[in-house]
Design a protein around this ligand. Structure first.
Ligand code: NDP
Length: 300
């Protein structure tokens, strides 16, 4: 058996197409252009690449992109003042402070200073709380982008997830924990595994859905995976192989292909969905500000 490939790149392109249509409607019908502000502190090369591709994609769907580059010696007070300025800016509907911030800045303090209504990363405690309590309607959370994109791929592939056994490997606030909350919200039976989990292969082997968000290259082996399971590989690890610098996930794709029913590739799986979902959240924040219903972006 060879697993079906879940094409996140194609799904994300389609999603961005739908977002463009909704942005055009907002401009036409309400004279509003959604705006996303991204703040980068310091010179981290990977962060620079992420920020520039976020800006490019934001403009491509017709939104306004505002980029603020601040030097590595920026103080916490200066960064808080920038966040406050953006909270009060009517043209900005989403704010993202690129992580990691330099060590002398408390990232929790920064994240929680962002207005929850503009917190398009979904990391604010108000949004985490809303996700954990299953809040809906006007109280619905802005959901962290990587788990949101992963859930979209799962629902597109499997339809109704209720009753399925899901194992999320990783418990970070950015990926693992919100992913588990989302799957619980879909009525899966959820296990969250981490570095202290005993007999991880046995735990993974029970899962109909495996989400790997560990940050360890190719750690999850094919022989751990239940026959036919759906595997979402969140990992992005840069390694040297055969003299080449390549990207691999947290799942050993070659062996997993022999057991899984379907799997996301790395690259081209979850990665493209993360930026697309940042745009989804910015659109959501903008439409909520106008009191409009959430656009249906996934309608076939
Ligand atoms: P973190 O380092 O914050 O969390 C890693 C988690 O994995 C922790 O909960 C840790 O457990 C757990 N873990 C570590 N070692 C083991 C082990 N041997 N067995 C079981 N669990 C283990 O990482 P992130 O959640 O931020 O990211 C995870 C991966 O996803 C990374 O590869 C990252 O690059 C990628 N990523 C990809 C994105 C995308 O757009 N596709 C976006 C964000 C991240 P413990 O809590 O006990 O320490």
């Amino acid at each position: 058996m060879s697993a079906q490939i879940i094409d996140g790149k194609a799904f994300a392109a389609k999603l961005r197409g739908r977002i463009s249509e909704e942005v055009a409607k907002l401009k036409n019908d309400h004279g509003m252009t959604p705006g996303l502000a991204v703040v980068l502190v310091g010179e981290d090369p990977a962060s620079k690449v992420y920020v520039s591709s976020k800006g490019k994609m934001t403009k491509e769907v017709g939104m306004n992109s505002y980029e603020y580059k601040m030097p590595a010696e920026t103080t916490q007070e200066e960064l808080l003042a920038k966040v406050e300025e953006l909270n009060n800016d009517e043209n900005v509907h989403g704010i993202l402070v690129q992580l990691p911030v330099p060590k002398h800045i408390d990232d929790h303090a920064i994240i929680n200073a962002i207005s929850p209504e503009k917190d398009v990363d979904g990391f604010h405690v108000i949004n985490s709380g809303r996700l954990a309590t299953g809040a809906t309607g006007a109280q619905a959370p802005l959901v962290p982008c990587t788990p949101l994109g992963s859930l979209m791929l799962l629902k597109d592939h499997l339809g109704d997830l209720s009753g399925l056994n899901a194992v999320v490997v990783g418990r970070s606030n950015i990926v693992g924990k919100p992913m588990s909350q989302l799957l619980l919200g879909e009525s899966c039976t959820v296990t969250t595994a981490h570095s202290r989990t005993k007999d991880l292969p046995e735990v993974v082997g029970r899962a109909d859905i495996v989400v790997a968000a560990v940050g360890r290259p190719e750690m999850v082996k094919g022989e751990w995976i239940k026959e036919g399971a759906t595997v979402i590989d969140v990992g992005i690890n840069r390694i040297e192989r055969d003299g080449k610098n390549i990207l691999v996930g947290d799942v050993d794709t070659a062996s997993a292909m022999e057991r899984a029913g379907a799997i996301t590739p790395v690259p081209g799986g979850v990665g493209p969905m993360t930026i697309a979902c940042l745009l989804v959240n910015t659109l959501t924040a903008a439409t909520r500000k106008l009191g409009l219903p959430q656009p249906d972006l996934l309608g076939k």
